[in-house]
Design a binder for this molecule. Structure first.
Ligand SMILES: Nc1ncnc2c1ncn2[C@@H]1O[C@H](COP(=O)(O)OP(=O)(O)O)[C@@H](O)[C@H]1O
Ligand SMILES: [Mg+2]
Length: 254
C-alpha cells in the first residue's frame, strides 16, 4: 500500500493485543506492547520491527475488514523468492481483529530512509535500475498471479467509468504491483537495490503499470524533476499515454 500518507509513524504505535502473544512467541521482550512500529499505511496497517538475538523480524499487521490479504502476499513472496531477494516469510496468521505476516529482516534500508531522501541523485537512478531488474528476472511464463487490466478492473473499488480504453500492452512482465520508492531496499554505501518488499500486488501485467506508479511516487518522496532520470535508468522512453492510463487505473484501486 503506498499512497502519500503511508509513512514512518510520528509517534509510538501500540502493538495490537492479538499480536502480542505472536511476537512473544518469536522472542519479543516482556514489554511486547512497545515493539517499535516502522511504518503505517493508509489502510490502517502497521509494520513492526522485532529486534531479537536470532535476527530481527518484521511483522506486518492488517486490521480485519480493510481488504489487505497478508496470506496471499505470503504466497507471492514465497514464489518471488526463487528469483530475487524478498521477505523470507516465517509465519502468517489471522485472528478476530486482524492478520499478520512475519518475515526475516532483509539487508539494506528503504529508499525513503532519511539519508536516502537527501540523495535523490543516487537513489532515483538506482530505483530505475531496480525496477528493470525486477521485470527482467521474474518469469512471466509460469507466474500464477494476474495484474492485467481486466483483472484490476474487476477488483476496482472506485468508479471506473471515467477510464479510457486501455492502451495496447507494451511488454508483458511480472509486475511488482506497488513499485513505489519505500518498497525497494538499498545497500548501504552503493545505494544499489538489494531487496524488494510489499508483494501483495505481484502479477503479470504491462510493465507500464509499474513504471507509471514508480515515477508518480518519485514526486511524493523526492519532489518534482526526477521522473526522466528514473526512465533513463530503467532504459525506456517516456510514454505519456500509458503513464496516464495506469495512474488513473491505480487511482480506482491498485
Ligand atoms: N522483511 C523485511 N526486511 C526489511 N524491511 C522490511 C521487511 N518487511 C517490511 N520491511 C519494511 O517495512 C516497510 C513496510 O512494509 P511493507 O510490506 O511495504 O508494508 P505496507 O504494505 O504497509 O507498505 C517497508 O517499506 C520496509 O521498510
Ligand atoms: Mg510498502
Amino acid at each position: 500500500m503506498s499512497v502519500p500518507i503511508s509513512q514512518v509513524p510520528a509517534g509510538p504505535v501500540p502493538v495490537p493485543a492479538e499480536l502480542r502473544p505472536v511476537l512473544a512467541r518469536w522472542g519479543a521482550p516482556p514489554a511486547v506492547a512497545a515493539v517499535p512500529a516502522v511504518w503505517v499505511n493508509a489502510a490502517g496497517g502497521t509494520t513492526f520491527r522485532l529486534q531479537r538475538p536470532g535476527g530481527a523480524l518484521f511483522c506486518k499487521w492488517a486490521p480485519a475488514g480493510v481488504g489487505l490479504d497478508l496470506a496471499a502476499e505470503a504466497v507471492k513472496a514465497r514464489w518471488a523468492a526463487r528469483w530475487l531477494p524478498v521477505p523470507d516469510v516465517v509465519e502468517t496468521g489471522a485472528g478476530v481483529s486482524g492478520s499478520w505476516l512475519l518475515s526475516r529482516a532483509l539487508p539494506g534500508r528503504s529508499a525513503v530512509d532519511p539519508d536516502w531522501l537527501a540523495r535523490p541523485e543516487v537513489v532515483v537512478p538506482s530505483l530505475g535500475r531496480a525496477l528493470r531488474r525486477w521485470h527482467e528476472e521474474l518469469p512471466v511464463s509460469g507466474c500464477p498471479f494476474d495484474w492485467s487490466v481486466p483483472f484490476r478492473l474487476r477488483r476496482a473499488v472506485r468508479d471506473v467509468s471515467g477510464l479510457r480504453e486501455p492502451p495496447a500492452v507494451d511488454r508483458l512482465v511480472v509486475c511488482h504491483g506497488d513499485a513505489c520508492a519505500p518498497n525497494t531496499l538499498l545497500a548501504e554505501g552503493t545505494g544499489e537495490a538489494v531487496a524488494w518488499v510489499d508483494l501483495s500486488g505481484v502479477g503479470v501485467g504491462d510493465r507500464w503499470a509499474d513504471i507509471a506508479v514508480a515515477t508518480m511516487s518519485l514526486d511524493w518522496n523526492y519532489g518534482p524533476g526526477w521522473q526522466e532520470v528514473f526512465l533513463a535508468a530503467y532504459g525506456v522512453e517516456p510514454d505519456p499515454v500509458r503513464t496516464a492510463y495506469y495512474r488513473a487505473l491505480w487511482d480506482v484501486g491498485p
